[in-house]
Design a protein around this ligand. Structure first.
Ligand SMILES: [Zn+2]
Length: 164
């Protein structure tokens, strides 16, 4: 079954693979593209309004980590390293949780979720991630926080500008 997504203007779109739709520009990510390298596309999923949250999606359609080519492997770790550095120096993010699963409806995409003090109410291990994301989606979609999230995207865009 094709995932259905709601775009920023409220219309509903059926796409074969949400990651393909995003990296090809069919579905523009809200807040814009943070960075694009030869093989990866970096954006924020604003459905989860957490400042500095970053998703690194492959441009190529595949699911498993061992499908990364040699070039992609090198590019990926270098890109994640650079993004992490920019999260620290531009947004003051001290700790990040990373996750990615291979059995998903959309292709290879790697989450970098900053850790903030308010998240501690959901615990500190991997099982806290889902409640944290849902809490953000359901309770943090106010104008003020959305502005903070968009500022975070701009800061990361600026930081990635000089990176090749
Ligand atoms: Zn895809």
């Amino acid at each position: 079954m094709s995932p259905s997504i709601t775009s920023a203007d409220g219309s509903n779109l059926e796409v074969e693979c949400l990651s393909c739709a995003l990296v090809s520009g069919v579905v523009p990510p809200t807040g814009g593209v943070i960075f694009e390298s030869a093989h990866f596309h970096v954006h924020q999923d604003v459905a989860y309004p957490i400042r500095g949250l970053v998703i690194v999606a492959a441009k190529r359609h595949f699911y498993c980590l061992d499908e990364l080519t040699a070039v992609e492997q090198t590019e990926f770790i270098s890109l994640v390293h650079k993004l992490r550095h920019e999260q620290r120096i531009r947004l003051g993010i001290e700790k990040v949780y990373y996750f990615y699963n291979e059995d998903t409806t959309h292709h290879f995409h790697f989450w970098m979720v900053p850790r903030y003090a308010w998240m501690d109410q959901f615990g500190r291990s991997v099982e806290s991630l889902r409640p944290v994301l849902l809490y953000a989606r359901n309770n943090m979609n106010d104008e003020k926080n959305r502005k903070t999230v968009l500022e975070g995207i701009s800061a990361l865009q600026a930081g990635m500008k000089a990176y090749k």
